[in-house]
Design a protein around this ligand. Structure first.
Ligand SMILES: NC(=O)c1ccc[n+]([C@@H]2O[C@H](COP(=O)([O-])OP(=O)(O)OC[C@H]3O[C@@H](n4cnc5c(N)ncnc54)[C@H](OP(=O)(O)O)[C@@H]3O)[C@@H](O)[C@H]2O)c1
Length: 312
């Protein structure tokens, strides 16, 4: 079923699983702006109203659990496009990384293929690797493979760490720089990161779904305009906040132990998957198609830091 983006008489339906999340809500907004009828699917549809209260058009709130095949089926019925922006950062009961990021992702992709969906976008992450020793990173990599085999031609979108006024990443750093006399580094702080603005990723996904500016690549890596080591990033943020920062190296093993305990808390301040991700550089591969191929000029962290600092 080919989509004709210029045919205004045809209703185009897009379903975004995780449509209330940090990235998913922005993808929903971009698709609404592009004229799609959008279903924001999540386990808590009551959150849709407040999340989209300021948008010109509302998405449809759909209650669906990606672990439940029947709710997948009714959520995507009649859709031309489906996005999987579901997250799981801490395993809990039946919600394991394997179940959510591999099996459920593949189930959603297969149901989309069987339902005649034209475009499927799997949100994954830079560094996903099926061979990784990390349970999280390995599951993300196997999830990409499972989706690509269930839905040939699916887009695999791998963002770097995403920033935005309501993010966890920069907000936590800004808060801790203001709070702590000494800032603990992951290891020696040498891990390279390429923070990307969440709205740029959402715009890119909107363009992929709309079939414009797509140059035939199915795995895309989205990074921001600058690569920093973690240490450089902290110093840059402190500089923008007009403050001084003292850094202290902390071995990864200590972080792993701390995160194991922190995960027992209801809202874990640090998780083992975050520690695992910080062990390796998290930057777009040289030559990998990304925002540039979609004609998007990535924005830096400066404006986001100003917004976060103003709110703090
Ligand atoms: N944030 C980053 O910096 C970053 C960087 C790279 C990649 N990513 C990837 O980007 C994707 C989105 O991340 P995010 O940070 O936007 O996540 P998020 O803010 O935690 O949002 C997750 C969304 O998924 C929904 N959800 C969770 N479990 C579900 C289930 N079983 N069935 C249906 N919906 C479910 C949540 O709603 P309910 O809880 O109401 O169901 C929510 O709408 C993830 O794959 C993440 O790994 C994120």
């Amino acid at each position: 079923m080919a989509m004709d983006p210029d045919d205004l008489n045809t209703e185009r339906i897009a379903t975004v699983f995780g449509g209330t999340g940090f990235l998913g809500r922005r993808i929903v907004k971009r698709l609404l702006e592009r004229g799609f009828t959008v279903r924001a699917a999540s386990r808590h549809p009551a959150r849709v109203g407040p999340v989209f209260s300021s948008t010109a058009r509302m998405p449809e709130a759909v209650e669906a659990d990606i672990l439940d095949a029947s709710s997948i089926g009714s959520a995507i019925a009649g859709s031309q496009a489906v996005v999987n922006a579901v997250s799981l950062y801490v395993e809990q009961g039946a919600q394991t990384f394997e179940r959510v990021h591999v099996k459920a992702a593949a189930d959603l992709a297969a149901a989309s293929r069987d339902g005649g969906v034209d475009r499927f976008v799997q949100i994954s992450g830079i560094g996903s690797d099926p061979q990784s020793d990390s349970k999280y990173i390995g599951a993300r990599g196997r999830g990409e493979e499972a989706v690509a085999s269930a839905f040939p031609g699916a887009f695999i979108v791998r963002p770097a760490v995403m920033t935005g006024p309501d993010d966890v990443f920069l907000t936590t750093i800004v808060r801790l720089i203001r709070l702590l006399p000494v800032y603990p580094l992951f290891g020696d702080g040498g891990t390279r990161l390429q923070p990307v603005y969440v709205a740029d990723v959402a715009e890119a996904v909107g363009r992929l779904i709309d079939g414009r500016n797509h140059k035939g690549s199915f795995t895309l890596e989205f990074g921001g305009p600058r690569i920093y080591t973690y240490k450089e990033l902290l110093r840059e943020i402190a500089r923008q906040l007009g403050t001084h920062i003292r850094l202290m190296p902390v071995p990864f093993a200590a972080w792993g132990a701390l995160a194991g305990v922190a995960e027992l808390l209801p809202a874990a301040p640090i998780t083992r998957n975050q520690v695992d991700l910080m062990r390796h550089d998290n930057v777009a591969a040289i030559g990998a198609p990304g925002l540039k191929e979609l004609d998007i000029e990535p924005r830096g962290i400066e404006e986001v830091i100003r917004l976060i600092d103003r709110r703090a």
